[in-house]
Ligand binder design. Structure first.
Ligand code: HEC
Length: 122
């Protein structure tokens, strides 16, 4: 009886540990494609944010409100991915909104673009 209880407890522990670890090990629904995302960024975002994320794109330089420097690690650490995703969707003047309208991108594309932007500060 004692052994049975101990076994049950050990099984319960292993089960719980499995539950906790599983989400971090499951690959995300779709793999992030850096090559495709870079192409999308270069096409849609680089004119303002710059090819290396410094905010020095051709158009970015002409704006009254300059895009942020995405190579600034400390500054970027202040934002969560979700905040950056939401701002990209909503737009932030003079940046257009990418969540709807003529510039609309899919949620997946926007999430990937934020993943890509994060690589500038690494
Ligand atoms: C017309 C120029 C322009 C384009 C094109 C543009 N942005 Fe922006 N973006 C800006 C400016 C300017 C800001 C900063 C606004 C501020 O500081 O309040 C900004 C802000 C952001 C922010 C919010 C974080 C921050 O720095 O305040 C994110 C995230 C972002 N842009 C991502 C993107 C992505 C992804 C694309 C391409 C799909 C894109 N931007 C295209 C000009 C642009």
């Amino acid at each position: 009886m004692r052994n049975f209880k101990l076994g049950t407890i050990i099984m319960a522990c292993l089960f719980t540990a499995g539950l906790l670890l599983a989400p971090s090990m499951t690959p995300s629904a779709s793999a992030y494609d850096e090559v495709a995302t870079k192409a999308l960024y270069d096409d849609k975002c680089a004119k303002c944010h710059g090819l290396t994320g410094k905010g020095d794109g051709k158009k970015g330089k002409t704006l009254k409100k300059k895009p942020r420097d995405y190579t600034d690690k400390a500054k970027m650490a202040e934002f969560t991915d979700q905040e950056l995703i939401d701002q990209t969707k909503e737009g932030k003047k003079p940046m257009p909104s990418y969540g709807s309208g003529k510039n609309q991108l899919s949620d997946e594309q926007i999430t990937d673009l934020i993943t890509y932007i994060r690589t500038f500060a690494k």
